[in-house]
Design a protein around this ligand. Structure first.
Ligand SMILES: [Ca+2]
Ligand SMILES: [Ca+2]
Ligand SMILES: [Ca+2]
Length: 247
């Protein structure tokens, strides 16, 4: 986030804020500084709070409690990507009301300055409440697409049929694994990368729980899973694989 060559941590919280934890290590393992809320147009994202560090006590963890809680901005799901291709990383935020907004970064590599959000026009094939958005060229046509993990356990692929820097998305299509639609649990977060280093993109998805296993009573369903969905070919997702469970 501050262009010092060390990867920092960004996390959305249950009240719509995004917290930035800078890696301050000199060497060795990451050492994260206390979190600071991300600002948009000078205000804490999704609140009317004054900027952190503006003279009030309690910057960081202590300020995560409290104000302006509303369903619309509950539990934001975020990712960072250079949406407009200007070299600055921008912020994608998925909201409870099924919208995804992009906050363009008009600052510099060392001092980000995020502007008001723009809604991304999408036509979904199902419920898009609490979407987890990732920008990635999934079909390898040179234009970045939108991959969205959904609250109800699907992963939707929105092909970019516009330009790489002027995106227009086709109707969302549910990704499949092993010939079946993915159905891997609620409160999903997705991340796309080549985890097994075979040159084909994979998806790592974290889910909270599922009520869809009929053999288990509610409350005893699997929780806290991390899924690896391995890509088999450039054009499609591959077999789902569940390498382990955890938080
Ligand atoms: Ca940008
Ligand atoms: Ca594409
Ligand atoms: Ca791979």
């Amino acid at each position: 986030m501050n262009g010092d060559g060390r990867k920092d941590l960004a996390a959305g919280d249950s009240k719509g804020r995004v917290w930035i934890y800078l890696d301050t290590r000199a060497e060795g393992m990451p050492e994260l500084a206390a979190g600071k809320p991300l600002l948009v147009d000078g205000k804490v994202l999704n609140s009317e709070e004054p900027p952190a560090g503006s003279g009030e006590e309690g910057e960081g963890e202590a300020k995560q409690e409290g104000r302006n809680h509303s369903f619309a901005v509950d539990y934001v799901k975020i990712s960072l990507a250079d949406w407009n291709g200007d070299g600055n990383g921008d912020l994608l935020v998925g909201y409870a009301d099924a919208t995804i907004q992009v906050f363009l970064n008009a600052g510099t590599k060392t001092e980000p300055a995020f502007k008001s959000g723009l809604s991304i026009a999408l036509e979904s094939s199902g419920s898009m409440a609490r979407p987890s958005p990732v920008l990635f060229d999934w079909d390898c046509d040179g234009r970045r697409d939108l991959i969205v993990g959904t609250e109800d356990g699907r992963i939707e692929f929105f092909a970019n049929v516009g330009e790489d820097k002027g995106m227009k998305f086709a109707l969302g299509v549910d990704l499949e694994a092993g010939g079946l639609p993915l159905d891997i649990g609620m409160r999903m977060r997705v991340f796309v990368c080549d985890l097994n280093n075979d040159g084909i993109a994979d998806i790592v998805a974290g889910t909270n729980y599922t009520f869809k296993n009929p053999d288990l009573p509610r409350g005893r369903q699997t929780r806290g899973n991390v899924w690896l969905i391995k890509g088999k070919a450039k054009e499609k997702a591959g077999d789902g694989e569940k390498p382990g469970e955890g938080k």
